[in-house]
Design a protein around this ligand. Structure first.
Ligand code: GAL
Length: 411
């Protein structure tokens, strides 16, 4: 508890000018799966256990793609919540530029975020014109495939150690009545899986040229042709994955109905809630077992401006609390994500999280698409992916041509 007291001492100093009276803070987020709910409960418990403020939970069911328009329209429409989850990156760019979001630079300075947050790119994603507008709370990497030991045992084949071995095992999974690849029918899921395949199959250099430099020639080139061919294969592997939400697809792997799922490490939280043990019940392969890297996606909390100094003081107390060591450990262990600070003890983390921490320590990290592409470009790519993944007649070549055209106009 002493960690939190230290954190709060910092912010109490900040709030000296304004008596910090109890406030009901409405917090919006899209964490509604079992693992996500367990994790966000740690934030709520920390706020109510260490301040006089109340956490009014504003969970929005569905994916980020459902929740973000609701969150953004409330802020623009003059009915702002007091705090909200968004992804690291550019999702709040226009809200910040419109002057609607609270500047947290004084909290960041008092808490030493510049020295604490690792990698510093997470804080860079919160910074606009030299001011800090969000509190990064975790690192989630998309770069994982989750493999069901039961499904491969039932199919009489070994658990793969990389993407090619998975492709080779798919027919045995199908023969055993398994869904080779679990995939929820939402654009962000097929788009996310495509991004993971791009890094593993096109390679880091080609991926960086396309996703960071927005090089349309590379997007139209031979490396990405291989990615689209592999994605067409994966589409066939996921043909019978008739679920919507990502955690329903994860459940297909947890129950052994599906062999694998390409999904971010928030899937970890579902395996934990199901009491499954990494290395015994399931295997996680970073970078599809091809490139051991992690991408620095994840979540940050933003605080829409309120016309009330007491609420603002409470918002700043919450921002500081989210990065305090004890809250970082308690939240991330439940969320399956990595903490944004390197000075915390995650010995309790399971094998998969430990793999992620080891990769993070080597510096083998890449930005997440949300950090490099605008929400508009991301949306266009998601639209392409949902059409391609749902239409077996949509050829890999045609999809690649449209993808390259989107990258050519990407901002
Ligand atoms: C991501 C978010 C994660 C995870 C996932 C599925 O955008 O960063 O925290 O919860 O959505 O809901």
């Amino acid at each position: 508890m002493k960690f939190i007291r230290n954190a709060l001492v910092g912010t109490t100093a900040l709030c000296a000018a304004t008596a910090v009276s109890a406030a009901d803070l409405e917090v919006t987020h899209w964490w509604t799966s079992g693992g996500e709910a367990a994790a966000v409960a740690e934030f709520a418990a920390a706020l109510e256990g260490n301040t006089d403020h109340k956490w009014v939970d504003g969970a929005i069911a569905g994916s980020g793609g459902t929740a973000r328009p609701i969150i953004i329209s409330r802020i623009i429409g003059g009915d702002p919540m007091h705090a909200t989850q968004l992804n690291h990156g550019r999702q709040a760019e226009e809200l910040i530029e419109a002057g609607l979001m609270l500047d947290l630079s004084d909290v960041a300075a008092a808490e030493g975020w510049a020295d604490i947050v690792n990698p510093t790119s997470l804080l860079d994603s919160c910074t606009v014109d030299g001011k800090i507008f969000c509190a990064p709370v975790n690192i989630h990497s998309w770069q994982w495939i989750w493999l069901s030991h039961k499904a491969f045992a039932d199919a009489g084949t070994d658990v793969p150690s990389n993407w090619d071995e998975f492709v080779a095992a798919a027919p045995a999974l199908e023969a055993a009545g398994k869904i080779p690849l679990a995939m929820g029918q939402q654009a962000w899921q097929s788009n996310g899986a495509f991004g993971v395949m791009a890094i593993a199959i096109a390679g880091l250099d080609a991926w960086s040229q396309v996703t960071i430099e927005k090089n349309a020639e590379t997007a139209a080139g031979p490396e990405y042709a291989k990615v689209f061919e592999a994605a067409a294969n994966a589409r066939a592997f996921a043909a019978n994955s008739n679920v919507q939400d990502w955690n329903q697809a994860t459940n297909l792997v947890i129950t052994g109905q599906a062999g694998a799922q390409i999904m971010g490490d928030w899937a970890q939280g579902e395996f934990q809630v199901a009491n499954q043990v990494a290395g015994e019940d399931y295997t996680c392969l970073p970078g599809l077992g091809v490139n051991e890297i992690i991408s620095t996606g994840g979540d940050a909390f933003y605080f829409p401006k309120q016309d009330d100094p007491e609420i603002e003081a409470a918002q700043k107390e919450l921002a500081a609390l989210l990065l305090s060591p004890e809250v970082q450990v308690n939240f991330n262990l439940k969320k399956g994500s990595l903490p944004v600070r390197g000075d915390v003890n995650l010995e309790a983390a399971n094998d998969c999280m430990q793999k992620g921490l080891e990769i993070l320590a080597t510096g083998a990290i890449l930005p997440d698409g949300n950090q490099t592409l605008s929400p508009d470009t991301q949306g266009q790519i998601e639209d392409l992916m949902v059409e391609f993944w749902n239409d077996p007649s949509y050829s890999a070549a045609d999809a690649q041509e449209r993808y390259a055209a989107i990258i050519a106009e990407a901002d």
